[in-house]
Design a protein around this ligand. Structure first.
Ligand code: NAD
Ligand code: DAU
Length: 373
């Protein structure tokens, strides 16, 4: 397989590139990434200079560029991560979500169809793998069964709606033109290289800076957390054995209320500071460096409009058909993640510039006014 990885400088894309390179050190890996605020070449630093790896700064909407990359590299697999991915941003400004997630995916599909199905060499054996999300299924009540591949789509945020639209386009290109596609719908990922606008890295960095930990609404919303490397394993299995036209749900059977996750991270950081006195010197504003418990930073704020209450993934299909099983317990994965942020300040410090501060500042969700009930 010679891969074009879109969005490879983002959180999951970068983790996937490292995962794939470890498995196939001689493989071809071309990353196409527009380097939006969420894209970061530093996440791919370890791959720079490696034979077979190439980074291309460009937009998935640039169809001519995509066709050129496919042709030049004789690439026969696209793994499509590129997206606007943050729900809160989609509520503030949905335009970019439609442009990248819907039009961008369509542009990629057109390029793939043109080169793989209708190019001068005729039909080329290929695969288009689309990375999607569990958010397309909407929200669950406390007793509802977890999302299956045949759960009806009911997206609730502009982000989720844009991802649902892209899933449908992928399906249509397979059904109508015979493009060989697969799709995966995954639950919430966490781990290294996660941009600190998302709950877990935001909480870690806010503790280190002594800033409030914003809990939307009552903090009882439930997410099903998966260590990012386990998501990458699932994607690799689908690339290797997945059936054309199929969708696979990927998850970790690991449901947590937001407030409980935040409390757990607080506890882990309090323990880390207690065990290592040098941390207080490195992060003097951190709550535990000031003799306070990290939990004291918890602040209830206004809820996210339309906030989905619960997500849960039924991963029986990928487990049964492709032998998928997550390799990381949550206890191990979250500890690894906290340690990674403590040890990789060089990676996250440059991200906390003006634009980041502006985003944090202007977010309505950061205004006090949430409730515990
Ligand atoms: P991310 O926001 O961290 O990264 C997105 C990447 O795409 C960035 O590198 C960005 O520069 C790039 N990009 C954005 N617009 C582009 C464009 N027009 N052309 C080229 N590149 C562009 O996102 P992520 O969290 O790594 O998510 C990756 C994919 O996985 C997304 O499709 C997302 O919907 C899906 N997903 C994410 C999660 C999660 O928990 N993060 C869970 C399930 C599915
Ligand atoms: O379920 C998969 C999805 O998970 C992906 O498709 C998205 O790309 C990804 O961003 C993620 O979406 P969420 O909205 O679930 O993730 P986020 O980290 O933004 O929020 C997780 C939960 O925490 C959610 O219920 C909102 C809440 N939250 C979030 C932030 C940033 C807070 O309470 N406070 C916060 O400051």
């Amino acid at each position: 397989m010679r891969l074009l990885v879109t969005g490879g400088a983002g959180f999951i894309g970068a983790n996937f590139c490292h995962y794939w390179h470890q498995r196939f050190p001689d493989g071809t890996l071309v990353v196409l990434d527009a380097l939006t605020y969420a894209g970061n070449r530093a996440s791919l630093q370890a791959l720079e200079g490696v034979k077979g790896f190439r980074f291309v700064h460009g937009d998935i909407n640039d169809r001519a560029l995509v066709e050129k990359l496919l042709r030049e590299g004789r690439l026969n697999v696209i793994v499509h991560f590129a997206a606007e991915s943050h729900v809160d941003r989609s509520i503030h400004d949905p335009d970019a979500f439609l442009r990248t997630n819907i039009l961008g995916t369509h542009s990629l599909l057109q390029a793939a169809r043109s080169y793989w199905l209708e190019g001068p060499q005729g039909l080329i054996s290929h695969r288009f793998h689309h990375i999607s999300t569990d958010e397309v299924y909407g929200t669950l009540g406390p007793q509802d069964p977890a999302f299956r591949e045949d759960t009806p789509y009911a997206p609730n945020s502009p982000y989720a709606a844009s991802k649902a639209a892209s899933d449908h386009l992928v399906r249509a290109y397979q059904h109508t033109y015979g493009l060989s596609t697969t799709t995966s719908n995954c639950s919430n990922n966490y781990g290294p290289f996660h941009f600190p606008e998302k709950l877990i890295p935001l909480v870690i960095l806010n503790i280190l800076h002594g800033r409030p930990l914003p809990i939307y609404g009552d903090g009882q919303q439930i997410r099903d957390w998966l260590f990012v490397e386990d998501h990458c394993q699932g994607i690799a299995l689908i690339l290797e054995q997945g059936k054309e036209g199929e969708s696979y749900n990927i998850g970790g059977h690991n449901e947590w209320a937001n407030l409980e996750i935040v409390r757990l991270i607080c506890q882990l950081l309090d323990e880390a500071f207690a065990a290592d006195a040098t941390l207080a010197k490195q992060f003097p504003h951190a709550a535990p460096a000031q003799g306070k418990r990290s939990e004291s930073l918890i602040t209830y704020v206004q809820d996210r409009p339309g906030h989905d209450r619960r997500y849960a993934i039924d991963a029986v299909k990928i487990g049964g058909e492709l032998g998928y099983a997550p390799q990381h317990s949550f206890a191990a994965g979250i500890r690894k993640t906290v340690d990674w942020y403590l040890q990789n300040r060089d990676w996250w410090q440059p991200l906390l510039g003006e634009a980041y501060a502006e985003w944090i500042q202007k977010q309505y969700v950061r205004e006090p006014g949430g409730s515990r009930n």
